[in-house]
Ligand binder design. Structure first.
Ligand code: FNR
Length: 379
């Protein structure tokens, strides 16, 4: 980790270091509407603030005089060993942030050995992302469409393009009340951004009166309609389960009873998430619900967690409370806006180094040694 300090030359330091700096720099660079799209949260922003604040309820209680010469951040998920305990969360419409779109985070993640979860509503199609990511581990996130044929097509394409797991997001069958976007009259999808997977899909295109490029808005509206899958129930999840042999994760769980139902319906992993506070305002913070979900799942399947992770300390707290690994969202989105692939790589490297240092200074040599004894609830 000394490299981080020793290589801190002029050129490197032209990039921000902390989350707040990345966010401020992104705000300077981006137009108000795309910045607001990333920054924004639902309603009064209570869920978003609560996610971040929840980490202050816990403090790390270090042990000393432990041999921390050897340090291991790796975690195992579905039998695959990953070098670090975090993944890049699915974030859609990346061309509003950088012209390379999802190719930037996909390449940076592959370079660093961090799994990348590609959003269903990516600007770039999953096949193009797969090509750019090469051997990098990638998962595909699905907003379950209403049409089963379209669902099957997305699943089949993801499998053919080498995605290694399917993440079904269940907290967004309707878009949350986002006042920043209302104020800016901004819904990027309507200009065709975020439609990379839809507009390249034969099943989707066969449902249109004319090709997507002939009437972008009509095609985008049709895609959004598919995504407003308000009749999505556990039975629909069964359909997805039956139509993929890949590990299946459910994203957007915050209640232990839903976690148990998901387990009954055959998922292989749970992602405790409230979409970074972008969907339901006034909802519980994910860190607050993690212990009860962990208790109900009892180690049967991995539990991942996101919403509010900003630092190495946050990652360790989440793992201490039962997460196998975490997802990061806005931190890499801002970095992409500022410096594309290089920005995402910088954020990943800093997070890895910070997590490793935090782990070691807290007296633990490996992520496997992180358990509830690492932390103390103070509020
Ligand atoms: C998201 N998120 C998201 N989730 C998902 O399942 N599919 C998606 O397409 C998107 N798109 C998206 C866009 C933007 C701009 C943001 C900020 C978030 C939610 C994302 O995967 C993750 O749950 C949160 O970002 C985690 O919270 P933090 O790290 O941003 O606080």
């Amino acid at each position: 980790q000394m490299d981080i300090y020793q290589c801190g030359d002029e050129a490197a330091r032209q990039l921000p270091v902390s989350f707040d700096e990345w966010e401020n720099r992104a705000k300077e660079i981006l137009a108000a509407a795309p910045f607001g799209y990333v920054y924004g949260a639902a309603g009064a922003g209570d869920t978003h603030r609560g996610n971040v604040d929840a980490f202050q309820k816990y403090r790390i209680r270090p042990r000393v005089c432990c041999d921390i010469t050897k340090r291991d951040l790796s975690v195992s998920i579905f039998g695959t060993q990953f070098p670090v305990p975090f993944l890049l969360a699915p974030i859609g419409v990346n061309t509003i942030l950088h012209p390379d779109g999802e190719l930037a985070p996909a390449k940076a993640a592959a370079k660093c050995g961090v799994p990348y979860i590609l959003s269903n509503v990516s600007s770039v199609s999953m096949e193009q992302v797969a090509e750019a990511a090469g051997d990098g581990v990638r998962w595909f996130q699905l907003y379950p469409p209403k049409d089963h044929e379209l669902t099957k097509s997305f699943l089949k394409r993801a499998e053919s393009a080498g995605f290694k797991a399917i993440v079904v997001t269940v907290d967004s069958t309707l878009l949350g009340w986002r006042e920043t976007d209302l104020r800016n009259a901004y819904l990027p999808f309507l200009t065709g951004q975020g439609m990379g997977n839809y507009f390249s899909d034969p099943v989707f295109c066969s449902k249109l009166k004319e090709a997507p490029d002939k009437n972008v808005k009509a095609a985008a509206l049709k895609a959004l309609e598919e995504g407003n899958n308000t009749c999505f129930t556990w039975k629909e999840l069964d359909f997805i389960r039956e139509h993929t042999r890949l590990p299946l994760l459910i994203k957007g769980i915050t209640h232990p009873d839903d976690a148990l139902l998901a387990l009954e319906h055959g998922v292989d992993g749970i992602i405790v998430s409230n979409h970074g506070g972008r969907q339901l305002d006034g909802a519980v913070a994910t860190l607050d619900v993690l212990p009860s979900i962990s208790e109900s799942i009892r180690g049967k399947i991995p539990i991942l967690m996101d919403s509010g992770i900003r630092r190495g300390a946050d990652i360790l707290k989440a793992i201490a409370l039962g997460a196998t690994a975490v997802l990061i969202g806005r931190p890499y989105a801002y970095a992409m806006a500022v410096a594309g692939e290089a920005g995402v790589e910088e954020v990943i490297k800093h997070l890895v180094a910070e997590t490793e240092l935090q782990l070691a200074i807290s007296g633990r040599g490996s992520i496997q040694d992180v358990d509830p004894s690492l932390i103390l609830k103070v509020k």
